[in-house]
Design a protein around this ligand. Structure first.
Ligand code: PMP
Length: 353
C-alpha cells in the first residue's frame, strides 16, 4: 500500500471505548444536558432539518457570535473561530502556521494528540520537559524557544493529563520570547480554581496569541463536536484559508448555539464537578496517594510500581480510568458522586489502601 512513510506502523489515536458501568477515562462531563436543554437542542436541529438540502453558513456567524458573547473580554465574532472539536481547531492552526520546514513546540507530559497534529501537517515537533510539579520551568522553556525558534508554541492550561494550570507570569514570559504563534489550549478552563486566570486576558496585548476552548467538557457536548478559538481578527482570518468549505454542519451549528443558550445551567454543573474534583483529590491524598494539583475535571495520581495492574484491577471491577502520563501515574476523571464512590471502593480493593 503506497502509504506515506511516516504513517507506516502508526495506529489510530484513541482511548479504549469499553462498555463498562463507570467510565472515568476521557474527561467527559458525567452529566448529560438537562431535559430542557436536550429539548431545545432537538428543536434547533428540527428547525434546520427542513433546509438540510442547502449548505450551512460557511462563516457560522450566529454560533461565533454566541461563542464570543459567552467568552466576553470584549470579543466579537470576527475574533472567534469554530470547528469540529478543538482537535480540528488545533489541526487548522498547524495547517496555517506550521507545515513543512516549520517547528511546533510544547512541554511534556502534555496532551498526546499534539505530536499527531504535527505529523499530519508535516510540522517538526519539539518537546520540552515540565518540572517535577508538572509546571513549566520558565528558564529552560525560554532557552528552548531561543534555540528552536518555533513557529508555534503550545501551552496547555489546565494541562492534560496533569491538571496543572499555567502560571500567568510564565505565559507572559513565553509570549514575549516566542517568535511565532503561541497557543494556549484551555479545553478545561471552566474547571479552574478560583484565582486561576485565563489567557483570554492577554489577547489584546499579544496579537499572535490564540486561546482554544471546547464545548466537549464544561458544556457536556463531547458528542456534538464543537471546539473554538479566540484571537486577533487577522489570525482568525488566516484559519479561514485552511478550513474545508462548509466544515461545520448546520446540525452542529444549531445544536451548539442552542446549548450555549443554557450556559448558566451547564456551568452550575461545572461548580459541582469542581467540588467533586477537590473531594477526589483530598480523598486520594488521605489514602496515601501522591496527587498532582488539578485545575481540571480530572486528577493524576500515583505512584504505582505497576500502574497497569491497578488500571486492570479497576477495570475488572467495572471502573475504567486512563493509563496515561508519566510512568507510575494514572488519571481519573471526575464523575457523579455514585461513580466516585464506586471508584474509591474499587481502588481500595485493588491497592489494599
Ligand atoms: N485539548 C486538550 C488538552 C484535551 O484534553 C482535549 C480532549 N481530551 C482536546 C483538546 C480535544 O477536545 P475536543 O476535540 O473534544 O474539543
Amino acid at each position: 500500500m503506497p502509504l506515506r512513510d511516516e504513517l507506516r506502523h502508526e495506529v489510530p489515536y484513541g482511548a479504549p471505548q469499553l462498555d463498562v458501568p463507570v467510565q472515568l477515562n476521557v474527561n467527559e462531563n458525567p452529566y448529560g444536558p438537562s431535559a430542557e436543554t436536550a429539548r431545545d437542542i432537538a428543536d434547533a436541529v428540527h428547525a434546520v432539518a427542513t433546509s438540510l438540502n442547502r449548505y450551512p453558513d460557511r462563516e457560522a456567524t450566529v454560533l461565533r457570535t454566541a461563542l464570543a458573547d459567552y467568552l466576553g473580554h470584549g470579543l466579537g465574532p470576527d475574533r472567534v473561530w469554530a470547528a469540529n472539536g478543538s482537535n480540528e481547531v488545533m489541526q487548522q492552526i498547524l495547517q496555517a502556521f506550521g507545515g513543512p520546514g516549520r517547528t511546533a513546540l510544547s512541554f511534556a507530559p502534555t496532551y498526546s494528540m499534539y505530536p499527531e497534529y504535527a505529523r499530519n501537517t508535516h510540522t517538526r515537533w519539539v518537546s520540552g520537559r515540565r518540572d517535577d510539579d508538572f509546571g513549566i520551568d520558565v528558564g529552560a522553556a525560554l532557552d528552548l524557544i531561543a534555540d528552536e525558534q518555533p513557529d508555534v508554541v503550545v501551552l496547555t492550561s489546565p494541562n492534560n493529563p496533569t491538571g496543572t494550570a499555567l502560571d500567568p507570569a510564565h505565559a507572559r514570559d513565553v509570549l514575549e520570547a516566542a517568535p511565532g504563534v503561541v497557543v494556549v489550549d484551555e479545553a478545561y478552563a471552566e474547571f479552574r480554581r478560583a484565582g486561576t486566570p485565563t489567557a483570554l486576558e492577554l489577547l489584546d496585548e499579544f496579537p499572535r496569541l490564540l486561546v482554544t476552548r471546547t464545548m466537549s467538557k464544561a458544556f457536556a457536548l463531547a458528542g456534538g463536536r464543537l471546539g473554538y478559538v479566540a484571537g486577533h481578527a487577522a489570525m482568525i482570518d488566516a484559519l479561514r484559508i485552511v478550513r474545508l468549505p462548509y466544515h461545520l454542519s448546520a446540525v452542529t451549528q444549531a445544536a451548539a448555539t442552542a446549548a450555549l443558550a443554557h450556559a448558566d445551567e451547564l456551568l452550575a454543573r461545572v461548580d459541582d464537578l469542581r467540588r467533586g474534583r477537590d473531594e477526589l483529590a483530598a480523598r486520594l491524598t488521605a489514602g496515601g496517594f501522591t496527587v498532582a494539583e488539578s485545575d481540571a475535571n480530572f486528577v493524576l495520581f500515583g505512584r504505582f510500581d505497576d500502574r497497569h495492574a491497578v488500571w486492570q484491577g479497576l477495570l475488572d471491577r467495572g471502573v475504567l480510568i486512563r493509563e496515561t502520563g508519566p510512568d507510575g501515574w494514572l488519571r481519573v476523571s471526575v464523575g457523579t458522586p455514585t461513580e466516585m464512590d464506586a471508584f474509591h471502593r474499587a481502588l481500595e480493593e485493588v491497592t489494599q489502601r
